[in-house]
Ligand binder design. Sequence first.
Ligand SMILES: CC(C)(COP(=O)(O)OP(=O)(O)OC[C@H]1O[C@@H](n2cnc3c(N)ncnc32)[C@H](O)[C@@H]1OP(=O)(O)O)[C@@H](O)C(=O)NCCC(=O)NCCS
Length: 167
Amino acid sequence: MSAPFRLQPLSEEHDRGSFACGQEALDRYIRTQATQDIRRRIAACFVAVESATGQLAAYYTIAAASIPTPDLPAEITKRLPRYPTLPAVRIGRLVVDLRFQGRGLGGALLADAVRRVLLAPPAVFALLVDAKDDQAVTFYQHHGFQAFASQPRTLFLSLATAEKTLL
Ligand SMILES: CC(C)(COP(=O)(O)OP(=O)(O)OC[C@H]1O[C@@H](n2cnc3c(N)ncnc32)[C@H](O)[C@@H]1OP(=O)(O)O)[C@@H](O)C(=O)NCCC(=O)NCCS
């Protein structure tokens, strides 16, 4: 039996007109802005498509980022060289259409991001996310992300941990 969802890069063939997650800004982003961000190399965007219907069920974006090393907890940095910043990948948006929420897709998107980042040649120390609201914070904490002390809505997860817990 084929998988219920296919995860692939966003392309012209995906119909985003009916995507609805309940937050207008996130719907507008996939409809009108994601393609431009890809073209300008500001973000990469990956989507989950329902195999049976071809419907766009979810998307996420990732882009290169860096973490100022002093922002990380001492128990992590004490084992690292004293570089001023560490390489990271930021998950800009991670969104599941309302019709598909609660079926494991959010977690599957996170795992897909980890897989793609691990395959890319540049080293990445951690994933970063800017959670849009408290509910998003709890979603990421549920998956092992930890908030920065100074920015409670920005969270990180080391790739070493993500590889063990999310794949
Ligand atoms: C947050 C969101 C991505 C979750 O996606 P989802 O497909 O409904 O979640 P899943 O079904 O994959 O849930 C996976 C796990 O996370 C848990 N979870 C889901 N939402 C959660 C939340 N808000 N807080 C804590 N845990 C949550 C589930 O219980 C599940 O746990 P399990 O693996 O132990 O069974 C989705 O609700 C969404 O798109 N919301 C609107 C946009 C948004 O806020 N995006 C995040 C910031 S950009």
